[in-house]
Design a protein around this ligand. Structure first.
Ligand SMILES: C[S@@+](CC[C@H](N)C(=O)[O-])C[C@H]1O[C@@H](n2cnc3c(N)ncnc32)[C@H](O)[C@@H]1O
Length: 199
């Protein structure tokens, strides 16, 4: 696929549809962070979210998890943007994150959970690698809009499809996350929760 398609007008159209949600995701992922923190981007794709987080958090390390195919493109683009030294590609599955437990400050995942067959398993993995007090952020398409319903049907073959607010909240609570907040923004939905820290 050409760079024009991946980073040009088609990508900008998609970004426009989800502008409200995406800016809130960046805020949720970066809030209160400074210094040499570690952010994990699960299903980083071509890197939009990772690039924006890296630009906002100048001393952070961003671990970009995806398939080898997606990461190849992400690394080329990171090089062009001068971000290679802080972006670390990780070829892995969302179901088996090849990182130690308690090793990242924030685990974020955008537009991936609708594709998953076992989203609870993926969220549990995000929680496992989060340090106590660390934050999980999951963003996706809302299931309670026409757009979300059509997309849910499109992704229906065993994958979850778009998310309704209560469903995402239940998922976060089942994963043992605290301070759970689920909000909607335009066509998107965002779940945020904190891994319990020892008393
Ligand atoms: C729609 S793209 C979203 C990319 C990026 N997060 C963004 O917001 O631009 C979905 C990404 O999830 C990745 N993905 C899907 N299932 C996955 C899994 N089980 N483990 C890891 N990555 C997965 C795909 O390879 C793809 O890059």
């Amino acid at each position: 696929m050409s760079a024009w398609f991946v980073y040009g007008p088609p990508a900008k159209l998609q970004a426009g549809l989800f502008r409200d949600r995406d800016s809130r995701v960046i805020d949720a992922a970066t809030a209160g962070l400074e210094g040499r923190v570690t952010v994990l981007d699960v299903g980083a794709g071509w890197g939009f979210l990772s690039f924006t987080i890296a630009e906002r958090l100048r001393d952070a390390r961003i671990i970009c998890l995806d398939s080898e195919f997606m990461l190849r493109r992400l690394c080329q683009e990171a090089e062009k943007r001068g971000l290679s030294d802080r972006l670390q590609p990780l070829e892995a599955s969302a179901y088996q994150i090849k990182l130690d437990e308690d090793s990242v400050d924030v685990a974020v995942c955008q537009d991936v959970f609708h594709e998953l067959k076992r989203p609870a398993e993926a969220l549990n993995e995000m929680v496992r690698v989060l340090r106590p007090g660390g934050r999980a952020v999951v963003a996706d398409m809302r299931g309670d809009t026409l757009f979300g319903r059509l997309n849910g049907a499109h992704h229906g073959r065993g994958s979850h499809g778009s998310w309704r607010p209560q469903e995402l909240e239940d998922l976060f609570r089942s994963a043992g996350l605290q301070d759970v907040r689920v909000t909607t923004a335009g066509l998107g939905i965002i779940g945020v929760g904190v891994k319990e820290a020892p008393a």
